[in-house]
Ligand binder design. Structure first.
Ligand code: NOJ
Length: 570
């Protein structure tokens, strides 16, 4: 397996709006991030992924971009951004930027032109269609509820928006659009950035026939459109669409291949087989994808908001498939939360009695798999989900639209709120908790979103005082990757696939072995190491409990959420 810096790196994701406010307007900003660079260096991360900071009307907090080559006023200036890049590079860290080119904002100059007339030179930058039988051109739903089409009176046609109506989809079929995107990417790369995270990049190619989801999807039936939910997921016609690999290979040839950078594409609904097509080392597309299989492990048939309990055996099956299938072919990205997902300690661990133990255990998993680990801001101090008193306290467009749609369809608002408490994106977007002061040290003004009241106990200042904190455990996990090649490059072999309490695996590299044992439940459990794992000596590398180092590792009594990593045979 080829060695590269991005395989050996740990990435830290910053959601700027919620990270650190420097000027008291209640909104995080770039100077705020700069003031925390020493903190990030202390943690030991190598790469920062910055969520969008470009000019934006903020319908979707920056994922609706009105100017790709300038910084949003609320976040600062291009000069501030240059200082951030310098500050990171001076500290030996790298910066990757979010690339959001499936869609722009409807306030982008291209779209404002495009909507003017059918023969405007920018018309074909977006996807316009006439209506069908007095309705939308097809029955696709938007990811943010309702139809994926918006009628525009000026030209009496509809435009496609897979996300909000202020996020019109760009038309990648148009070569001029692609050239514009490549030019913009080159402009940022020439400023010295170290790569891109690419937003929903596997959606950029649509089947140009734009067929109805209902007609072509037998499981939806042929009945008249449901009056309450008339729109359907049309993923078949835009997830991994017909030309997506052609576009990415073109982008690679014209832009990416010219720089020593890393790329990670957000890719919804991909299997490991699809994933290998994006990240295969011989395919010249991307380095990594973020897949969603693990993020769907607690989704029922009705999707994200139809929540069912996850099973450890399913988590293991998903991770193991990706570990095995990409081995020697491509590279994994390992994450359990980000700005779109609930907090991982609340979702996969225990955010009350065993918060610290379970946060460390989950971190141990993410940092000892093959692949690059991604830490989402606040994960390193075990930040948790939040229950805000009323729907009016929520800010996220996905949450608000879903609440409206579901309650209008007659679903009990209390039930809808329960699912919001578990899955809303705002769980991850509450301000970073720096200390126990009124607004958690995030701002001196009024924060744009509620601060989690538990900041009186869960905060950075507290973590830095406590040698046993999650922060220092993460610091050690990151350092260990740097010291042991096997953690980065070793292959992966799962033990006990059916066990619903223990996740255990062995990594192997150049005659060395690593044994990882994780207790995923809130009870003590007994672990027995199978005889096929042979060793002469063992050394404990890290654990979240005090472990008797003489204890035989063939038989382990594990505490609730205990994690242990041993190096064997050295
Ligand atoms: C994925 C981003 O992570 C999410 O925050 C955003 O709402 C959608 N893509 C649309 O850009």
């Amino acid at each position: 397996m080829k060695k590269t810096w991005w395989k050996e790196s740990v990435v830290y994701q910053i959601y700027p709006r919620s990270f650190m406010d420097s000027n008291g307007d209640g909104i995080g900003d770039i100077p705020g991030i700069i003031s925390k660079l020493d903190y990030l260096q202390l943690l030991g991360v190598h790469v920062i992924w910055l969520c969008p900071v470009y000019e934006s009307p903020n319908d979707d907090n920056g994922y609706d971009i009105s100017n790709y080559q300038n910084i949003m006023d609320e976040f600062g200036t291009l000069d501030d951004w240059e200082q951030l890049l310098d500050g990171l590079h001076q500290r030996g860290m790298k910066l990757i930027m979010d690339l959001v080119v499936n869609h722009s904002s409807d306030e982008h100059a291209w779209f404002m032109e495009s909507r003017q007339s059918k023969d405007n030179p920018y018309r074909d930058y977006y996807i316009w269609r006439p209506g069908k039988d007095g309705r939308e051109p097809n029955d696709w739903s938007s990811f943010f509820s309702g139809s994926a089409w918006q009628y525009d009176e000026t030209t009496e046609e509809y435009y496609l928006h897979l996300f909000s109506k202020k996020q019109p989809d760009l038309n990648w079929e148009n070569p001029t659009v692609r050239e514009e995107v490549y030019k913009m990417m080159t402009w940022w790369l020439d400023k010295g950035i170290d790569g891109f995270r690419m937003d929903v990049i596997n959606l950029i190619s649509k089947d140009p026939k734009l067929p109805d989801a209902r007609e072509e999807t037998p499981e939806l039936g042929t009945a008249e459109p449901d009056q309450k939910f008339p729109y359907h997921f049309g993923g078949k016609y835009f997830v991994n669409g017909p030309r997506v690999h052609e576009y990415l290979q073109e982008m690679n040839e014209k832009v990416l291949s010219k720089y020593d950078i890393m790329t990670v594409g957000e890719a919804i609904n991909v299997t490991p087989e699809d994933g290998a097509l994006y990240v295969g080392e011989d395919r010249n597309e991307l380095n990594m994808v973020f897949h969603f299989e693990l993020m769907r492990v607690d989704a029922g048939k009705g999707g994200k908001w139809d929540i069912r309990p996850w099973k450890l055996s399913e988590i293991k099956a998903i991770i193991s498939k990706w570990q095995t299938l990409l081995h020697n072919k491509g590279w994994n990205s390992n994450y359990m939360n980000n700005h779109d997902q609930a907090r991982m300690v609340s979702r996969f661990g225990n955010d009350t009695r065993y918060r610290k133990e379970s946060a460390k255990m989950l971190g141990t998993l993410l940092h000892t798999l093959q692949g690059t680990p991604y830490i989402y801001q606040g994960e390193e101090i075990g930040m948790t989900n939040i229950r805000m008193p009323s729907i009016d306290d929520y800010q996220d467009i996905e949450t608000l639209n879903m609440y409206q749609e579901y309650t209008a369809a007659g679903i009990d608002p209390d039930k809808v709120m329960e699912s919001i408490y578990i899955k809303s994106r705002d769980n991850a977007r509450t301000p970073m908790q720096w200390d126990d002061s009124e607004h958690a040290g995030f701002t001196t003004g009024q924060p744009w979103i509620t601060v989690n009241p538990n900041h009186d106990k869960i905060n950075v200042a507290e973590a830095l005082k406590d040698q046993e904190s999650i922060f220092y455990y993460y610091q050690k996990l990151i350092a260990l990757r740097g010291e042991h090649d096997i953690i980065v490059y070793g292959d992966y072999h799962l033990l006990l696939p059916e066990d619903e309490q223990i996740y255990a695996y062995v990594r192997t590299y150049e005659g060395k072995q690593l044994l990882v044992v994780l207790n995923f439940c809130d009870q003590p459990v007994h672990f027995q190491l199978e005889n096929s794992v042979q060793y002469e000596q063992y050394q404990l590398l890290i654990s979240n409990y005090t472990v008797d180092e003489q204890q035989d590792i063939r038989e382990m009594d594990l505490q609730p959420y205990e994690a242990r990593v041993y190096k064997l045979n050295q």
